[in-house]
Ligand binder design. Sequence first.
Ligand SMILES: Cc1ncc(COP(=O)(O)O)c(C=O)c1O
Length: 306
Amino acid sequence: MLASSFENIIDKGDEILITAMEHHSNLVPWQQLCFKKDAKLKVVPITDEGDLDMEFLDSMLSEKVKLLAFAHISNVMGTINPVKEITAKAHKFGIPVVIDGAQAVAHAKVDVMDLDCEFYCFSAHKAYGPMGMGVLYGKQQWLNNLQPYQYGGEMISTVSFEKTTFNELPYKFEAGTPNVEGALAMAEAFRYIDNIGIGNIVEHEDALLKYATEKLTEIDGMRIIGRSKNKTSVISFLVGDIHPYDMGTLLDQMGVAVRTGNHCAQPLIDNFCIPGTVRASFAVYNSREEVDYFIGALRKSLAMLA
Ligand SMILES: Cc1ncc(COP(=O)(O)O)c(C=O)c1O
């Protein structure tokens, strides 16, 4: 939606910056916009540990950059990016910042006013809510200046055969009959998170991350992809040359739900020259006992695959 609305802002020769750790959903829209407008998509590289290369970022910022879009937290490596610091760097050049918070809202405290970003977006289904639903936060003056990305009912103020005037925010961006039940379900999901308290969630998930990382590190041939000092409870890994799909299939048969493959971040996986990863992610409802069960199942599957 945002990439469509930015069509009247991006011109030939402009640059859009993203990072090497983006989910396809924060890459493909900007890439296609660049194709359409003959603009340049530039990619901030990452270190071997899976952190953004901040010095490289500094060297890429300039007046030519018209937008910086990056993930708050990497869905593959769990890296928590220094969003406030990055936003401040971009603002020195007057660059608006779009943050993909899909992996952050259920696992970290987010305060958009403090971050001072122009836009912050996330999907409800990453925060125990319904699919096909999400939030785009934007600073009012930016949203006022952007063109609507879809036309139809609700988003209009007046319509005649000669011309249409658009509704005020947020209706301007909400063409058609709204997904009311989705919005209610999403609000309930956020009440669930608020009732537990994001601080308690972070504490619990951090403990599981530390425990699981220790246990995984004891396994011969273990390679963890994403070793940032500042990360959330996601562990992507490979063991020896075992294909992630084989490991994932056996874990699945033992009742452990991991995700395998490129995690919708193909360029990031290519960056590490690997076939994909097995990704274990821990949420507020997981326990230490489940980590033990997972490690036991992993050891069993390794014995079968060795
Ligand atoms: C970091 C990140 N961004 C974006 C998305 C995609 O969200 P959606 O499929 O709702 O566009 C996901 C996960 O699906 C994600 O992990």
